[in-house]
Ligand binder design. Structure first.
Ligand SMILES: NC(=O)c1ccc[n+]([C@@H]2O[C@H](COP(=O)([O-])OP(=O)(O)OC[C@H]3O[C@@H](n4cnc5c(N)ncnc54)[C@H](O)[C@@H]3O)[C@@H](O)[C@H]2O)c1
Length: 317
């Protein structure tokens, strides 16, 4: 049975593709940007369809043509570009969500698995500890679009019986990312350190961050997809990888890569988006209902990142 992955050539999307291929699934990657050099390892094992989520016909066609059993919907503009161009974000992230859900309804797709974000919690009234039931009133366009997408997925579940499931990532860390995001300074600090280049992170040292390795982020979507339906009660779940401060992250990188030169140079643009920053996020429902866990705690994550970036240069340069 075919699995369709939107945003399929992105950091998490292509890893979802790899993990699905590894267990023998037929996989279709759908993306506006082919980025063929980043997934040469699975090139012969997946189909790729180039298309725009903001174009109804593109979404309808790929679902019509491949009749997937499930859709992993990861295609999205990320945080900083979304706030720079909220109209483009509306088209991709809001209309795109509607098109994916509507195509799923029309062509009897069984499940839609969605990658939301803890950016939904970036608002002044958020409490110090946030659960899956905490109010979500983000001020940034990216967060607004994610809240809409979660709610629309719930609506399709209630109204049409679509099996919709979502995770809210913290910061996903992985090699080879070129797109800007508020937390992108963390993986880029590792890449620059490997290359022997100085780098500045752009948030204050005491900023609290949650980081999930891209391999865990991809596996989370497959695990929630596979979970028995009766276990999925909360439907949209926070998941947290390693919770630490920016300084603790940088210190860990310096420990793993001796000689790493990582400083701090604050970015007013990012700080404006982040406001007072993230609360401590709680993910007990994901752990309880479908067994969320990480395989890559901080030290293992940095080791694996270094190995990936060093030994698979062709995928990440
Ligand atoms: N990276 C993170 O820290 C993070 C954190 C929280 C949530 N998420 C979510 O996880 C998902 C995957 O993120 P990622 O880190 O792999 O990001 P990414 O930018 O690597 O991947 C997103 C993909 O969506 C594609 N895309 C953008 N606009 C499109 C359009 N109009 N039509 C078709 N495809 C389009 C991009 O080309 C890209 O390949 C996204 O939904 C993102 O919002 C990511």
């Amino acid at each position: 049975m075919t699995k369709l992955v939107t945003g399929g050539t992105g950091l998490v999307g292509r890893e979802v593709g790899r993990q699905l291929v590894a267990r023998g699934e037929d996989v279709v990657l759908f993306d506006i940007n082919p980025r063929g050099e980043l997934w040469t390892d699975i090139k012969d094992k997946v189909k790729f369809v180039r298309g725009d989520l903001g174009n109804w016909s593109s979404v309808l066609n790929v679902v019509h043509d491949y009749k997937p059993e499930s859709i992993f919907h990861l295609g999205s503009m990320l945080s900083v570009p979304s706030d720079a161009d909220p109209w483009a974000c509306y088209k991709t992230n809001v209309n795109g969500m509607m098109y994916v859900l509507e195509a799923a309804r029309l062509f009897d797709v069984r499940k839609v698995i969605f990658s939301s974000s803890q950016a939904v919690l970036l608002c002044p009234e958020v409490p110090d500890v946030a659960t899956d039931f905490t109010v979500q009133r983000p001020r940034m366009m990216y967060g607004v679009a994610k809240v809409f997408a979660e709610l629309l997925g719930r609506f399709y579940n209630t109204r049409f019986g679509l099996d919709f499931r979502a995770v809210r990532y913290d910061t996903v860390i992985g090699p080879g990312v070129k797109t800007m995001g508020v937390d992108q300074c963390f993986p880029w600090s590792i890449e620059h350190a490997i290359k022997g280049e100085p780098f500045d992170v752009w948030v204050p040292e005491d900023t609290r961050i949650g980081v999930t390795y891209f391999k865990d982020a991809a596996r989370a979507l497959i695990d929630i997809h596979d979970a028995p339906k009766e276990n999925i009660k909360t439907m949209c779940y926070n998941i947290v990888g390693s919770s630490l401060t920016a300084k603790e992250f940088v210190d860990a990188v310096k420990k793993h890569i001796p000689g790493a030169e990582i400083g701090v140079k604050l970015s007013p643009e990012v700080l404006k988006i982040m406001g007072k920053g993230m609360p401590k996020v709680e993910d007990s429902m994901a752990r309880k209902e479908w067994g969320w866990h990480i395989n890559y705690p901080l030290d293992r994550m940095i080791d694996d990142f270094v190995e990936e970036f060093t030994n698979k240069k062709e995928l990440y340069e």
